[in-house]
Ligand binder design. Structure first.
Ligand code: SAJ
Length: 432
C-alpha cells in the first residue's frame, strides 16, 4: 500500500475510468487536468476514436480540454480491457437503466466488474460511481472481485462514490461538486479519498458503501417526490382556478423552510425518473413498500397525458380537432439547454398527438433529429411562418435561446408547460 500512497502523492498513479459517458469523460478530464495519467475504457469505438482525436462528444466537456490532455499524453482511450491490470485505481461510470419490467438492469455494472475481476491485482483501488440500489457494492461487486482469492481491504480496495453530474449546469462541475464516498473498510475509504482529492475539491467520507449508495438515492428521490408534488399542485390549482406558477413564486419568497420545485410536462433524463425505482425495488425485496416513490412516479408519468389533454381542450375552444391540426413542439430535450433526449416527455407527447391524428412538427436546435418508432423527424426552423402555420404551439422545454416575444407574437394558441411566457402577456396562452 505504501507504493500506492507514494504514487498518489507524486501523482504518478495510473487512473482507469470504465465508461466514458456524461459522468466518465468529465471525471477523466478532471484527473488529466490534475496532471494524473488517465486511461478511459469504453465498448463504444466512436467514443474511443473521438477521444483519441482530441474531440469531446459531451456538451459540458470542451473539446480543447480533451485535445490538450490527449496531446500531453495524460488522457488515452482504450477498448482493450486487459490493460485494466496496469491501472492503480479504477472508477466504474457505466449506465444503470431499468429493464423492460422496470427492474434494475445491472448488466453494464456486471460486465465492467467482470472485466476488472479478470485483471484484478494487489494494491488496486476500485470505485463504483454508477447510481444503484443500497447494498450493490458489498453484495455484488465485493464477492465477484473476491472470487479471485484477493481480499478487499487487504489485497485490493473497494469503495462507492456516487456521481453528481448535473448536465448543463454552468456553475457546478465534477471538480467543484462535493463528492460522497464510502469504503468497504476504513482503509478502502482513505485510499479512495486520497485519489479523488487529486481531481475533486471536497470528498465527504461516510461510514459505509451502503450509506453512500443511499445518499445518492435520497438526493434523486427528493427531487422526484418534490417535482411530483409541484405537478400535483398543477392539478389542484387547475381545479381551484388559481395560477400555480404565481403560487410557487410567492411561496418561494419564504426565506426558510421552503425550496421551489416547478411543474412540467413530465420527468426526463437518465436519473430522476429511474434512480428512485432502484431504491423501491430493493425495499420490495425487504418487504417494504416505498409509497412516496411509487406515487411520485405515477404523478410524474401522468404529465405528458395531462399536456395532451390541455392541447385537445385548447384546440376545441378554437373549434378545431387534434386530428388534422398542425402542432409545433418547441424544445424536445429532457430539460433546458441540454441536447439529451433520454426519457424526454416531449417524445411521449409527440407520440400521443400522432395517435390522435395531429400533424406534428418540432423545433430544437440542440436536437437536430430524432426517431419516433421507425420514423425520422427533423427539427424545423423557428420562423414566423412556421409559428403562424401551427394551430397550436407547445412549449415543452424552454431553452434559453428561445425568443419568447417572437413566439407569442406569431402563435395562434400556445400551451406553455414551463411558464416560459410569464413575461409576455397575451390571452391566447394556456399554461399547465
Ligand atoms: N424538472 C421539473 N421540475 C423541477 C426540476 C426538474 O419538471 O422543478 C424536470 C426537468 O425538466 C427534467 C427532470 O425533472 O426533465 C430532471 O431534472 P434535473 O434538474 O434533476 O436534471 P438531471 O436529471 O439532469 O440532473 C440531476 C441532477 N440535478 C440537480 O441536482 C439540479 C442531480 O439530481 C443529479 O446529479 C443527476 O440528476 C444525477 O445524475 O443523478
Amino acid at each position: 500500500m505504501e507504493p500506492l500512497i507514494k504514487k498518489i502523492e507524486s501523482r504518478t498513479l495510473n487512473v482507469g475510468i470504465v465508461g466514458l459517458g456524461y459522468v466518465g469523460l468529465p471525471l477523466a478530464c478532471e484527473f488529466a487536468s490534475a496532471n494524473v495519467s488517465v486511461t478511459g475504457f469504453d465498448l463504444d469505438h466512436e467514443k474511443i476514436n473521438a477521444i483519441r482525436n482530441g474531440i469531446s462528444y459531451i456538451q459540458d466537456v470542451p473539446t480543447f480540454e480533451v485535445a490538450n490532455s490527449v496531446k500531453k499524453g495524460l488522457l488515452t482511450a482504450e477498448m482493450d480491457f486487459s490493460r485494466l491490470k496496469e491501472m492503480d485505481a479504477i472508477s466504474i461510470c457505466v449506465p444503470t437503466p431499468l429493464s423492460k419490467t422496470k427492474d434494475p438492469d445491472m448488466s453494464y455494472i456486471e460486465k465492467a466488474v467482470h472485466s476488472i475481476q479478470e485483471n484484478l491485482r494487489h494494491g488496486q483501488v476500485i470505485v463504483l460511481e454508477s447510481t444503484t440500489y443500497p447494498g450493490t457494492t458489498e453484495e455484488v461487486i465485493l464477492p465477484t472481485l473476491e472470487e479471485t482469492g484477493l481480499r478487499a481491504g487487504r489485497h485490493f480496495f473497494l469503495a462507492f462514490s456516487p456521481e453528481r453530474v448535473d448536465p448543463g449546469n454552468p456553475i457546478y462541475k465534477t471538480r467543484n461538486t462535493p463528492k460522497i464516498l464510502g469504503g468497504i473498510t476504513t482503509m478502502c475509504a482513505d485510499l479512495a479519498k486520497k485519489i479523488y482529492e487529486l481531481a475533486v475539491e471536497k470528498v465527504v467520507v461516510v461510514s459505509s458503501t451502503k450509506t453512500a449508495e443511499m445518499v445518492k438515492l435520497l438526493e434523486n428521490t427528493f427531487r422526484s417526490v418534490n417535482i411530483a408534488m409541484a405537478n400535483e399542485m398543477v392539478m389542484m390549482c387547475d381545479k381551484l382556478g388559481v395560477d400555480v406558477w404565481e403560487v410557487i413564486d410567492a411561496a418561494a419568497t419564504k426565506p426558510f423552510g421552503f425550496m421551489p420545485f416547478y411543474p412540467g410536462p413530465g420527468l426526463g433524463g437518465h436519473c430522476i425518473p429511474i434512480d428512485p425505482l432502484y431504491l423501491s425495488w430493493k425495499l420490495k425485496t425487504l418487504n417494504y413498500d416505498a409509497r412516496f416513490i411509487a406515487l411520485a412516479g405515477e404523478i410524474n408519468e401522468s404529465m405528458p397525458r395531462y399536456v395532451v389533454q390541455k392541447i385537445t381542450v385548447g384546440l376545441n375552444d378554437y373549434q378545431k380537432s387534434v386530428k388534422g391540426s398542425h402542432v409545433l413542439i418547441l424544445g424536445v430535450a429532457y430539460k433546458a439547454n441540454v441536447n439529451d433526449l433520454r426519457e424526454s416527455p416531449a417524445l411521449e407527447i409527440m407520440e400521443d398527438l400522432l395517435k390522435l391524428g395531429a400533424i406534428v412538427h418540432y423545433h430544437d436546435q440542440f436536437v437536430p433529429q430524432l426517431k419516433i418508432g421507425d420514423k425520422e423527424w427533423f427539427s424545423e426552423a423557428l420562423s414566423e411562418s412556421r409559428l403562424r402555420q401551427a394551430d397550436c404551439v407547445v412549449i415543452v422545454t424552454n431553452h434559453d435561446y428561445f425568443d419568447m416575444e417572437l413566439i407569442v407574437e406569431h402563435s395562434k394558441f400556445i400551451v406553455d408547460t414551463r411558464n416560459a411566457t410569464k413575461h409576455v402577456k397575451k390571452q391566447h396562452i394556456v399554461k399547465i
